[in-house]
Design a protein around this ligand. Structure first.
Ligand SMILES: NC(=O)c1ccc[n+]([C@@H]2O[C@H](COP(=O)([O-])OP(=O)(O)OC[C@H]3O[C@@H](n4cnc5c(N)ncnc54)[C@H](OP(=O)(O)O)[C@@H]3O)[C@@H](O)[C@H]2O)c1
Length: 250
């Protein structure tokens, strides 16, 4: 019985990996990278009540940025700071995204959900609204957390992910994540896609690997959400990864 299961699972996992494979994303726009935000960079954090989102909010405040936290339920954030504005909204509701977007210089997106087991477009439809509102409000930069294991990083989250977690738990989720990435790549914003390995809570290590080819085809790779947030915040003022997808892991 187990052999039959493997005989079905392995070709299915390989086929799924083929469908999730894409060329390395590159910025198609020829326009120069934007630098119009003066000396007070205002950041909008989407998914601010999530694991990475909380780290983004806290670290951005620690670094002195005025932060707008976009949340569905403000009572979940439990944070007060003179530089923090909390805006209630839903990424699937364009009007609420646009109203939070006004006056921002950059968007840090750590959107995610747990509806793994049925097809949905939460991440891609949410990203369509975010990109639309960025254009409408002339917000130039987007740093978006997606995941290792899609696009040109297929397989680089290790064998257990490629042959078990992805085909058995995450096919719909990753398919929509790929759509989310495709929307970002097709946009005319200054974007950076950040693809972390498996996320851990706990302290940042400070040292982590990053780059287009980071990851491992055999064993799982991971990173703390605190380190991912650190890397994402660095992309606000560092242009080296603009228009590309950077993987991050320990
Ligand atoms: N877990 C991993 O090992 C792993 C590995 C690689 C990449 N990733 C990716 O990394 C990203 C961040 O993951 P995470 O675990 O740190 O985040 P998370 O804890 O799952 O948080 C997701 C955030 O998105 C918000 N959200 C969901 N639907 C929304 C909507 N319709 N409107 C507004 N906000 C909405 C959630 O708000 P609520 O609090 O209201 O639900 C929450 O703040 C995700 O894209 C995830 O797929 C995860």
């Amino acid at each position: 019985m187990f052999r039959i299961f493997l005989l079905v699972l392995i070709p299915y996992a390989l086929l799924l990996s083929v469908f999730l494979w894409r060329k390395a994303p590159v910025r198609s726009m020829g326009k120069p990278v934007s630098r119009g935000w003066g000396n007070r960079l205002r950041v909008l954090v989407i998914g601010a009540t999530g694991g990475t989102g909380r780290q983004l909010v806290q670290q951005a405040l620690d670094q002195g940025y005025p932060v707008t936290a976009f949340v569905r339920d403000p009572s979940k954030l439990q944070l007060e700071h003179a530089n923090l504005r909390i805006v209630k909204g839903d990424v699937l509701d364009y009007a609420s995204v646009e109203s939070a977007m006004r006056g921002q210089s950059a968007v840090l997106c750590a959107l995610g959900h747990k509806r793994f087991f049925y097809p949905n477009k939460i991440q891609s439809n949410g990203m369509r609204n975010i990109l639309g509102a960025m254009k409408a409000c002339d917000v130039p930069r987007l740093i978006c957390e997606t995941a290792l294991g899609i696009g040109n990083s297929v397989g680089r989250l290790g064998l257990p992910h490629t042959f078990f977690i992805l085909p058995l738990i995450l096919p719909f989720y990753m398919w929509d994540k790929l759509r989310q990435e495709e929307l970002i790549v097709a946009s005319d914003r200054d974007w950076v896609i950040v693809r972390p390995g498996m996320l851990k809570n706990g302290d940042a290590r400070g040292g982590y690997r990053h780059g287009p080819k980071v990851g491992n085809y055999f064993w799982p790779v991971s990173i703390a959400r605190a380190d991912v947030a650190d890397f994402m915040l660095k992309q606000l003022t560092d242009d080296s990864y603009v228009g590309t997808a950077a993987a991050v892991c320990w």
